[in-house]
Design a protein around this ligand. Sequence first.
Ligand SMILES: C[S@@+](CC[C@H](N)C(=O)[O-])C[C@H]1O[C@@H](n2cnc3c(N)ncnc32)[C@H](O)[C@@H]1O
Length: 213
Amino acid sequence: MKYVQQKNSYSIMSKSKYVITRPYENKGRWNQIFGNNNPIHLELGMGRGEMIIKLAQQNPKINFIGLELDDGQISFAAKRLIGKDIPNLRFISGNALALEKMFGREIDLIYLTFSEPWPKKHDEDKRFTHISYLKIYDKVFKKKKHIILKTDNKGLFAYSLESLSQYWYTFKKVSMDLHHDERNIPNIMTEFESNYAKTTNKPIYYLDAEFEG
Ligand SMILES: C[S@@+](CC[C@H](N)C(=O)[O-])C[C@H]1O[C@@H](n2cnc3c(N)ncnc32)[C@H](O)[C@@H]1O
């Protein structure tokens, strides 16, 4: 059954104009893929791509790339886009650990949305804000580093605040309750996020951090 699903995902992905299955070949030439020099925003672990698809539709002067390990999720996103034309959007099937094989210094902003929290201490290095990941991001950011993170997980949020500040990032915005924040921070809600907010009454945490060296 798994084999049939994988075969099906591969077939959808290989026919989709949005999916890049061999991203290493595009390192240093993403501006050619998009046909312009607009900024590139990357989401790590885009899932079914709900947020990145809407961001791309709302911001045609920014290029968006969603990276995802799970081909089932990518093919779900690609299927939803059949017949649609969003030239500033691409998906990559791949692992965030290999970012520097996919990109030169080409990225303006990294989104980390509802990433796995990996709460156990021995899994700490799998968190997307662990110092080993921050060092990988250094290799793909243009001069300025910029990360936006959104999570329902207080532990991951606290960890990320500490990890980013120890790595000299400063915070443009921090919210302990994004949905009720009086500053009206722009937000695209995913289905998980709106269900979570409705059913739990717990906050969504948000941070916008940057470092200009
Ligand atoms: C909890 S989901 C969140 C999906 C999406 N960002 C959202 O808000 O709906 C986390 C996603 O990250 C992906 N992921 C986890 N580790 C990854 C890695 N190292 N590289 C790429 N994707 C990864 C998982 O496959 C999963 O789809």
